[in-house]
Write a new protein. Structure first.
Length: 404
């Protein structure tokens, strides 16, 4: 088996690889995305030996943790649980940035734009107030005054989270994995086969003729979970195709980068558009938060279709006229890995006592990586009580999105 030190560059592994001795780790974690890497962080802090494995590399272009940026917001409507997890995660992201000298978090503010019929937003205000989260309630006139680039005629009010913003997703995960390797976590390029569930306990995971042995295994492999555990998860994890666009602002304009542009969510539009300001010259990022069609993370085409661009142009013409004819600088096709309602799946395998599964990010999970890693390591190492909403038994097979 070949193991590599995680180094600089998008390719993921650099430097001279070395032959790993045949050893048994305390914990082997399959998937070096945001869930797997933060779980490795907290497990390693306990003193356990940890192997972190990934088929394509940390935050690679196929992964749900890949890509330039992700939103970090505290608001979750009436859902206090995820507000609490976001509040726990943000300072941990900030600590990672301070330790590594990387500007991972950008405080751009997050604007929710909606109307008087939106009970979700009204509940969000109540939860934020109870949690002590700084926020402003804004009338439509104030939104139009502050952000004249946007045209939201049907919006009557909104909420601004001034302390929230965005995370540099790929950079954040790859930075964390580099730190883990320096802290004696072994990163191993490894494409895990589906394990046998006949023995009640997993001794090793296989990849061709190679294997990794461990006392405990954690599978944090996102949209690959239904492939690893087809009988268990094929009808409980639903990967969907999601398209993202990066637009070029007019020459000389600063209107679409911070501080003039926050992250925003346009809740009165049927397609639930959201946008992130131009960071590091990559372009103004915009996407629609409706679930796309079923998608295979290994073989699915990641080319955006012309019909999608036409839909985007129609939206821009109505709501961001300065960008109606903006060049599309980049597009990205990623995937959500949805549970039936958007709650995470974090539970022990029902037939393998030393196997844990963590996934179901459902399009909103990235921000919660630190809180999830802390929670899961507590369950594995200390027998901490589980949240019933995250259990396998709570996962139905009919989709009815409720968390976003």
């Amino acid at each position: 088996m070949r193991a590599g030190r995680f180094g600089d560059g998008a390719a993921g592994v650099s430097g001279q690889p070395f032959t790993m001795t045949k050893k048994t780790y305390d914990v082997a974690i399959v998937g070096a995305g945001v869930f797997g890497s933060w779980t490795a962080h907290f497990v390693r802090k306990s003193g356990a030996s940890v192997a972190l494995l990934d088929a394509y590399g940390p935050a690679n272009s196929r992964a749900s943790s890949g890509g330039e940026t992700r939103v970090i917001r505290m608001g979750y409507g009436p859902d206090e649980l995820y507000t609490r997890w976001a509040l726990r995660s943000l300072p941990l992201w900030r600590e990672l940035a301070a330790r590594t000298g990387r500007e991972i978090f950008r405080q751009t503010g997050v604007l929710w734009a909606s109307n008087d019929a939106d009970t979700y937003l009204r509940s969000l205000c109540g939860v934020l107030a109870q949690a002590g989260v700084d926020h402003e309630e804004l009338k439509a006139e104030e939104i139009a005054r502050r952000w004249p680039q946007l045209r939201f005629p049907e919006v009557t009010w909104g909420v601004l989270e001034p302390q929230s913003g965005l995370l540099l997703a790929r950079d954040a995960v790859q930075t964390l994995v580099k730190e883990l390797v320096k802290g004696s976590v072994e990163y191993i390029p490894f494409s895990a086969d589906a394990p046998s569930v006949s023995d009640g306990k997993l001794q090793a995971i296989q990849s061709g003729g190679e294997s990794v042995s461990a006392g405990t295994f954690v599978f944090c492999c996102g949209p690959w979970l239904p492939k690893i555990f087809p009988e268990l998860l094929a009808e409980r994890i639903f990967p969907t195709r999601q398209e993202v666009f990066f637009l070029g602002a007019p020459s000389g304009s600063a209107d679409f980068g911070p501080p003039k542009m926050p992250v925003w969510l346009h809740r009165t539009h049927a397609d639930l558009p959201y946008a992130l300001p131009d960071i590091e010259g990559r372009g103004f990022k915009i996407a629609f938060d409706r679930h796309g069609e079923r998608f295979d993370p290994d073989t699915g085409s990641r080319v955006v279709g012309e019909s999608s661009i036409a839909r985007l142009r129609d939206y821009l013409r109505q709501h961001i006229p300065q960008l109606e004819h903006a060049p599309v600088l980049e597009t990205r096709v990623c995937q959500y890995e949805n549970t039936w309602n958007g709650d995470f799946l974090i539970d022990r395998h029902p037939q393998l006592e030393n196997v844990w599964i963590a996934g179901g990010g459902s399009g909103h999970g990235f921000k919660h990586g630190p809180a999830l890693g802390e929670y899961l390591s507590g369950r594995i190492l200390h027998g901490a009580p589980g949240e019933p909403r995250f259990s396998l038994s709570a996962k139905l097979t009919a989709q009815n999105r409720a968390v976003y």
